[in-house]
Ligand binder design. Sequence first.
Ligand code: DGL
Length: 270
Amino acid sequence: MDQRPIGVFDSGLGGLTALKELRQLLPGEELIYFGDTGRVPYGGRGRDTILRYARQDVAFLRTFDPKAIIIACGTVSANALAELTEENDLPVFGVVAPAAQAAASATRGGRIGLIGTAASIRSGAYEREIARLKPEARVFSQACPLFVPLVENGRFLPGDPVAELVAQDYLSPLREQNIDVLVLGCTHYPLLSPVIRAAMGPEVTLIDTGKACAKEAAEQLARRGLLAERARGGCRYFVSDSTEDFARLAGIFLGEPVAGGVERVEIEQY
Ligand code: DGL
């Protein structure tokens, strides 16, 4: 048993896809969420910058003495998981391996689509993990750099003409490859699920990386005896830019007001 909080971070809103799932799976846990909204998007940046930002995000979360860190960001998981794991003496969970596992189990025809940020696709991390789990599978990847700004600006609801146009443009090459599974390799993308589903058709299984990661982390924490014993935990939210914008969009996505409000952090100090 461990009553300490779990730290969760992303470059912005995307990590809420993991947080939402964690709250359902582990309602007794205290969660600390950090969204680096002042520096989003990470996905167009070089690996050095992503690593520097991620180290600062972890350093901030560590001020709460967490029992584990969840990297609820495909870009950081794909580019910096090894370093963050090595540098921290606590469990660090990323999204790549659980999402690859879910994709490898879900595919019937072995044709898997992968979408993510430019930095995630460039890293080859998802492809390597899928190849390890299912060597015969073929992966068709596509970077979708405009998806994250759409989400961060609240343009993720079904019927949004800009989101629909961008999704058609990015996803039509994948449709032509007859994939049966599509890995949403960035935690922002599940917010666009209805739009992505409409573009891909109902026969394609969408893999939500944030959800897959939350499930894996919950299982691992239970196995290691690290779960908290309390009926209901809370969640504190921190961002590095406007707290109002985050609270509004997070409330829409979580389907409930962001209880307790959102606090601002000067992340460059960490
Ligand atoms: N949500 C993130 C990811 O999973 C970050 C996107 C970005 O900052 O570019 O990749």
